[in-house]
Design a protein around this ligand. Structure first.
Ligand SMILES: Nc1ncnc2c1ncn2[C@@H]1O[C@H](COP(=O)(O)OP(=O)(O)OP(=O)(O)O)[C@@H](O)[C@H]1O
Length: 573
């Protein structure tokens, strides 16, 4: 939680001025009942009209000054809490953007979204309350008792005696509600995760007529949330009445004792009015304190969740070295093994090298480890054992921007953003020539369909490429990668939505483009990979073969059976 304090530091001024103003307001508020007692005892009872006017004027003046202090405090509280929330949200967001896939897997996206939005909101409210009420409410409670002691010491003891009961009630409340709020936040994360699944997979849910099942899952979670919130609400609902019972009990005893004292001439009526005023001030301050406790209990749970993210050091640290092109293999896997979390090895002891300009195919059954291999090469995950070298340099020592400008990946899932086709292709690049864009579109086999669009490259793409077909999206993503002119282009099943003719044309155009650009292509189709210089055959995370098509066809049993299942002949390459 300490790390959160540093986001309050820039608002030190507001954190001092705000409570100071509230304190001044509270002092004025505490003086009012005593002034009223004097006004009643010395003015009204003695029928001194001038004195009544004088006290009335002083009291109105004090109320106005108090109002000014209150407004100033509200302004300072708003300024500090909004600023704190914005700074914290920015810091959290920039910390999360440095997370690797591994780190994102560790937390899960829904909980990170919740922490960024809901939890930071709770903290923001807590900061506002900290400035507005944390000083004021206890001060009013203590001050009211002290003022009452000045008026009548024996009656004041009735108020003092109620304090331990109130402290006990507050303690019990905090003790039981804190774990309940933590549990509630966890359920909220689950809720976000279900929403995330449903919105992302809405088409699949409809295709597989799973709407009812998903609705049931959603309902169950909402019911759990409701049960948890009801538990907290039941306890919270008890808090205000229990404190009110204690304070009102004290008021009843005060009135009784007060009347007895008035009857024997030991107390004046104005004093008992002031006592009742102080008792109700204490009651209001206690209600504020109980609400503060609810807010701080929630904020404490949220603060722990936000701190956990801020304290988390990304597992994947990038180096500072710049990549030097040397006369060494562009890629070298040196006894690389990898497991996701504590699961089985997704890759086991892989060792191979890729020469500059070589085209490499990767084939293997579902879950064989093809995407994992590429993710390690792009430094999205760190090998559990072994090293990956780029031009002989360990990729963990390289500057991330250097690595990603030399190695460009077109992933299985196509990501396009809202904007024009041109903006999407040039994403992250500046000063790109029209000729280069046209060339990239042409190589990726996208030029034909883009030219047919009425607005050509200026056609608007909707978010996620919703107004394009799967094949069109893939071609634009390939064009975007080609435009970067990388040393190593990786296509992870990136031509799966292309028809055979376009797929063949793409491979031919890539080969003709630049003999210096190395390529890695993952595919389930032998026909897509057969023309590669060499093909890696993966089987359950292990390398079952690494050779040209014809050699593998003759020597690798797994590859041979894949070819047979796809009716591919030895001479296809
Ligand atoms: N994020 C992840 N967390 C845990 N396990 C994972 C994760 N991603 C992949 N795996 C597991 O690692 C293994 C290799 O997966 P990978 O995605 O690399 O296979 P693949 O060969 O690319 O499969 P496909 O052809 O179906 O895409 C599988 O057993 C898979 O269940």
């Amino acid at each position: 939680m300490k790390e959160l304090l540093k986001y309050l530091k820039p608002y030190r001024k507001q954190c001092i001025i705000g409570p100071f103003c509230k304190l001044m307001e509270a002092i004025l508020e505490l003086l009012l009942p005593t002034l009223m007692a004097y006004m009643i005892n010395d003015g009204i009872m003695a029928q001194d009209q001038q004195l009544v006017y004088r006290y009335s004027f002083i009291m109105i003046f004090m109320v106005m000054i108090g109002f000014g202090f209150s407004i100033t405090c509200q302004y300072q509280a708003a300024k500090a809490s909004q600023g704190f929330g914005t700074d914290l949200r920015n810091a959290l967001f920039s910390h999360i953007t440095a997370f690797s896939y591994q780190d994102l897997d560790y937390f899960g996206t829904p909980t990170l979204v919740n922490r960024l939005s809901n939890d930071v909101n709770q903290l923001q409210v807590a900061v506002a309350m900290l400035i507005r009420l944390v000083v004021r409410s206890p001060f009013i409670c203590i001050g009211a008792i002290i003022m009452a002691m000045f008026l009548d010491m024996r009656l004041a003891w009735i108020l003092i005696a109620s304090v331990p009961f109130i402290i006990l009630i507050l303690y019990v409340f905090i003790r039981f509600t804190t774990p309940m709020y933590q549990q509630y936040q966890k359920l909220l994360d689950k809720f976000s995760s279900i929403l995330d699944d449903n919105f992302a997979g809405i088409r699949v849910i409809r295709t597989f007529v799973s709407k009812k099942r998903e609705q049931k899952r959603f309902q169950e979670n909402v019911d759990e949330l409701q049960v948890q919130m009801m538990k907290v609400a039941r306890l919270s609902a008890l808090l205000n009445p229990s404190t009110a019972i204690v304070v009102n009990g004290a008021v009843v005893i005060l009135m009784y004792q007060g009347i007895l004292k008035i009857q024997i001439g030991d107390l004046q009526p104005g004093t008992i009015v002031a006592f009742i005023n102080y008792a109700s001030s204490i009651l209001l301050a206690l209600i504020a304190i109980s609400n503060l406790i609810v807010i701080f209990t929630k904020a404490f749970a949220s603060g722990k969740r936000v701190s956990e993210v801020l304290r988390y050091s990304p597992g994947l640290v990038c180096g500072n070295a710049s990549l030097q092109e040397k006369d060494e293999p562009i890629v070298c896997f040196d006894h690389v093994s990898f497991s996701y979390g504590k699961g089985d090895a997704a890759l086991s002891d892989l060792s191979f090298s890729i020469r500059k300009g070589e085209s490499i195919g990767i084939i293997g059954g579902t879950g064989a480890g093809k995407t994992t291999l590429i993710s390690l090469l792009c430094h999205f995950y760190v090998p559990t054992e072994g090293r990956i070298l780029l031009y002989g340099q360990d990729i963990t020592t390289l500057r991330s921007s250097d690595l990603l400008s030399h190695v460009v990946l077109v992933p299985q899932v196509n990501e396009l953003f809202s904007g024009t086709i041109e903006e999407n292709i040039c994403f992250g690049l500046s000063n790109v020539s029209k000729a280069d864009i046209e060339q990239a579109l042409s190589i990726s086999q996208a030029k034909e369909f883009v030219d047919e669009l009425p607005k050509g490259m200026h056609t608007k793409i909707e978010r996620g490429g919703a107004n394009l077909s799967g094949g069109q999206k893939q071609r634009l993503c390939i064009a975007r990668a080609i435009l970067r002119k990388p040393d190593l282009l990786i296509l992870d099943d990136a031509s799966s939505a292309l028809d055979f003719k376009s797929d063949a044309a793409l491979r031919k155009a890539l080969k003709a483009m630049d003999t210096q650009m190395s390529r890695i292509m993952i595919s389930q189709r032998v026909s897509t990979l057969a023309s590669c210089d060499r093909i890696i055959v993966l089987d359950n995370g292990e390398m079952a073969g690494f050779a040209p098509h014809k050699v593998l066809y003759d020597t690798c049993e797994i590859y041979h059976s894949i070819c047979e299942s796809q009716h591919v002949e030895r001479g296809i390459a």
